[in-house]
Design a protein around this ligand. Structure first.
Ligand code: NAD
Length: 402
């Protein structure tokens, strides 16, 4: 284990992706500091929808990690969207080589619930990102920023064109009919206020990379599935969260918990939506690879597509049904989105760095046995239906019932 792998600040390190990332980077020798305002836990209380897995408090988690690994992780409770001075002082004190930024409200349905949630999502996400960029620049810290973005910035109305890693080369007729080329950010097409904030983040990154020379990697991540990683399995108090409620639960978690409690798998619309997926273990590995491969100062924002496979939702339901014996039920779709889409995405950059993906067909059974069946008695079925409508005039009966 390298003991001088560099200090890493993990903003949003108490969350679903941040916690296993913190453990993994600590296990390979990084000095890790987590920063989190515990807003995810507060929103879970507000929604009355807790993680299916029993997650420990931050002090219990940190003590368990020290016990099993001998390593220490620092934890700072701070709202990076509200407390700019606190963030700048922390960056100046820790002087990390890398800052990993997970600290955003990340549920599309929650971001569409109503005016309060829309405004909170924009205020929190944009301020968090902007405060971080301003603070790095003002304290004169040349840290590599790694941000968790989303595949959703590209939109989901694809027709089979392969989405490149963040940039598109366009050719336009210039003076005297000469063809000129430009490399532009791939046009964004956000499908929710949450995805809109990730699209706006991209412009903040582009500006601060060019204007202030910040070194930034933006990871356009697919839907993360799976719960445990090598490190979170090492002690019950290290277990990761598993959200299955209508706001924060992603589609695969919904299917798995429905199967575990003997409920039909609820497929929205025709289930013709195609989405990109990645296992949480691969998320953690990709982030470690991103840490080890920073862009040079003056380089444009490095964008990598962090996903390993795509699936049509009805095929995914069929896969879960095959493994678990569950039935499938098609319900009205509460979202405004294309009923059917293709999604072809380049993910060459992580494969070239050596990522060996875990596939759904390999990992799904373990996930079912280890998590959904094991903790099924903690499931509150009333929390599964999506309650957020994408537009106020959408009929209330469009909400799928379970
Ligand atoms: P999460 O909600 O579990 O974790 C986010 C963490 O950030 C939480 O612990 C929360 O308390 C903290 N946080 C939020 N606002 C903060 C603030 N202002 N100050 C300090 N801490 C704050 O979400 P996640 O699933 O771990 O997602 C992490 C990141 O990855 C998000 O930016 C999300 O958009 C992105 N992402 C996630 C997925 C997925 O499937 N989970 C897919 C694509 C992208």
């Amino acid at each position: 284990m390298a003991l001088d792998a560099g200090a890493v600040l993990i903003i949003g390190g108490d969350g679903f992706c941040g916690w296993p990332t913190a453990l993994h980077l600590s296990s390979i020798g990084h000095a890790v500091t987590i920063v989190d305002n515990l807003s995810r836990r507060a929103i879970a209380d507000q929604l009355g929808a807790q993680s299916l897995t029993p997650i420990a408090s931050p002090p219990e988690r940190l003590a368990a990690w020290s016990r099993v690994s001998g390593a220490h992780i620092d934890f700072v409770t701070l709202d990076v969207a509200q407390d700019y001075d606190g963030l700048a002082a922390l960056l100046d004190r820790v002087r990390p080589e890398t800052v990993i930024h997970f600290a955003e409200q990340r549920a599309a349905p929650y971001s569409m619930k109503g005016p309060t949630e829309k405004r909170y999502t924009v205020d929190n996400n944009i301020n968090a990102t902007h405060n971080l960029l301003v603070a790095l620049s003002s304290v004169g810290l040349d840290a590599h920023v790694i941000h968790l973005g989303t595949m959703g910035v590209y939109g989901y109305d694809g027709d089979g064109l392969e989405i490149p890693e963040g940039y598109l080369e366009v050719f336009l007729k210039g003076p005297s009919d000469r063809m000129l080329s430009r490399r532009i950010l791939y046009p964004t097409n956000p499908g929710s206020v949450y995805h809109l904030t990730k699209s706006l983040d991209q412009l903040l990154f582009q500006f601060y990379a060019r204007n202030d020379g910040l070194r930034i990697t933006d990871l356009h991540q697919g839907i993360v599935w799976g719960t445990q990683t090598e490190e979170t399995r090492r002690d019950p108090a290290l277990i990761n969260r598993f959200d299955y409620d209508g706001d924060y639960g992603t589609v695969l978690n919904r299917f798995l918990i429905e199967a575990a409690v003997g409920h039909p798998l609820t497929v929205h619309g025709t289930g013709g939506q195609t989405r990109a997926f990645i296992h949480i273990q691969d998320t953690v590995r990709c982030i470690a690879l991103a840490v080890q491969n920073p862009p040079a100062r003056g380089e444009p924002v490095r964008i990598r597509n962090q996903m390993t496979e795509t699936h049509r939702i009805r095929d995914l339901a069929a896969l879960v049904a095959r493994i678990t014996g569950a039935k499938i039920s098609f319900v009205d779709n509460p979202r405004l989105e294309a009923a059917e889409n293709d999604l072809v995405v380049s993910n060459r950059s992580f494969l070239e760095l050596g990522l060996k993906p875990i596939t759904l067909s390999d990992g799904l059974l373990t996930e079912t046995l280890e998590i959904s069946l094991r903790y099924a008695d903690r499931c509150d079925l009333s929390r599964i239906p999506a309650q957020s409508l994408w537009r106020a005039d959408m009929a209330a009966d469009a909400v799928p019932s379970t």
